[in-house]
Write a protein that binds this ligand. Structure first.
Ligand code: NAD
Ligand code: DAU
Length: 365
């Protein structure tokens, strides 16, 4: 991408944000990236090790809900592009503590939109072309039955505090486009996996527990379906939308990789067995699979029709699930220290919070 941009990336120390900052660093040498991240439990400066502060990159520790700080960054840095990742992102946490989701995902997005509106008032009618890209989720569409796909025209039907807060933020973004002519785009992506994902989400949690020989919690019957996309493909999709997307448009992003959760867990067990051998007891890791009480309001199936982004932007995923999941297991094997430093002894998962068990025990045979 040739045009030099001054980009505010929010949440650049989280999973997808860090992968995206790294992607820009590799591919856009003329861009300046300002990363605004308040470093919640999910934000980690180690995710950006090797990206040095200087002409091309600046880190600001702060909250997207802080109006004065956001304004200061817009003015001082002459921001012309926002790529907005910062959010509370874990559905389970939104069940046990929704307040932060409302604050960051709704008020935070509103704060950024207001700053963009104030600072870009006349610009997009002139020579420069500011852009506010809001990174959102397929969960805003609710839950599918056995057939069908989420399309950009699918009605919103969020069903968890997380997805309701993301849907709210999407509506605000669209509202600013229609009312104030703010140059926005929205992407709604399916489940990501890959390096630097906090090990509370299914794939890194299962890899970590496999390596620790701990129980592998599968909610409900394990037949819920997610449409998995490697994070590098997601980053490339966002970059492509920035370059070729239409102002005011939404784009669904997905991997065409529908899998039942149990299948994903079994696949990880087999790869870990293959890489490091069976458990010390001699058993295979599939023996650690433990069915636990279902997530409240658990959406059954997500599946994306990514036809629009393919046709209009020219993006399609490159990494197959088979390749991506092997690489991801290898990354976590090589970065066990990264996992150990971010999960301290006080970390408690959803199941433990909801049901009080400090440790889920694998089935006894
Ligand atoms: P994450 O939880 O790994 O990272 C979120 C980042 O935002 C962290 O670095 C955190 O410190 C920061 N943050 C949180 N609150 C903040 C605040 N008030 N001010 C400034 N920074 C704050 O999330 P992720 O998985 O990387 O997701 C990034 C975005 O992509 C989110 O908006 C999410 O809804 C969306 N998304 C995620 C997925 C997925 O599978 N992970 C899929 C589709 C869309
Ligand atoms: O679809 C996009 C969304 O994907 C993003 O918007 C969210 O930010 C992201 O967290 C993800 O949400 P999910 O709830 O689908 O992801 P999670 O990894 O938490 O769970 C994936 C599936 O695995 C889901 O059906 C619940 C199940 N699960 C999860 C955990 C953590 C288990 O069975 N056991 C577990 O321990």
């Amino acid at each position: 991408m040739d045009t030099a941009r001054k980009v505010l990336v929010t949440g650049g120390c989280g999973f997808i944000g860090a992968n995206f900052v790294r992607h820009l660093h590799r591919t856009c040498p003329r861009w300046r990236v300002v990363n605004l991240d308040t470093l919640t439990y999910a934000g980690n400066l180690d995710n950006l090790q090797g990206i040095e502060e200087g002409n091309r990159y600046r880190f600001v520790k702060g909250d997207i809900c802080n109006t004065a700080l956001v304004e200061e960054i817009f003015v001082a840095e002459q921001i012309d592009t926002v790529v907005h990742f910062a959010a509370e992102s874990h559905v389970d946490r939104s069940i046990t503590g929704p307040a932060e989701f409302i604050q960051t995902n709704i008020i935070g997005t509103f704060t950024l939109l207001e700053a963009a509106r104030r600072n870009w008032q006349d610009q997009h009618r002139g020579g420069t072309h500011p852009l506010f890209l809001h990174v959102s989720t397929d969960e805003v569409y609710g839950s599918l039955g056995e057939t069908g796909y989420f399309r950009e025209t699918t009605a919103y039907d969020p069903r968890s505090p997380y997805s309701a807060s993301k849907a709210s933020s999407d509506h605000l973004v669209n509202g600013y486009f229609h009312t104030y002519d703010l140059p926005v785009m929205i992407t709604n992506c399916s489940n990501n996996y890959g390096p630097y994902q906090f090990p509370e989400k299914l794939i890194p949690l299962i890899i970590h527990n496999c390596l620790q020989g701990r129980a592998l919690p599968v909610y409900g019957d394990g037949k819920n379906i997610r449409d998995w996309l490697h994070v590098q493909d997601h980053c490339e999709a966002i970059a492509a939308v920035l370059e070729k997307g239409a102002i005011g448009a939404s784009y669904n992003i997905g991997g065409n990789n529908e899998k039942e959760n149990l299948e994903v867990v079994e696949r990880i067990c087999d790869i870990v067995d293959d890489r490091v051998g069976p458990l010390s007891s001699g058993e295979k890791r599939r023996s650690l699979i433990t069915f636990v009480t279902d997530r409240l309001g658990h959406d059954r199936r997500y599946a994306i029709d990514a036809g629009k982004i393919k046709e209009q932007v020219g993006w399609q995923p490159k990494i197959t699930f088979d390749e991506g999941i092997r690489k991801t297991v290898d990354w976590y094997l090589e970065h066990q220290q990264w996992v150990n430093t971010i999960i301290d002894g006080s970390y408690r998962g959803y199941y433990e919070k909801m049901y009080g068990n400090r440790e889920i025990l694998p089935p006894q045979r």
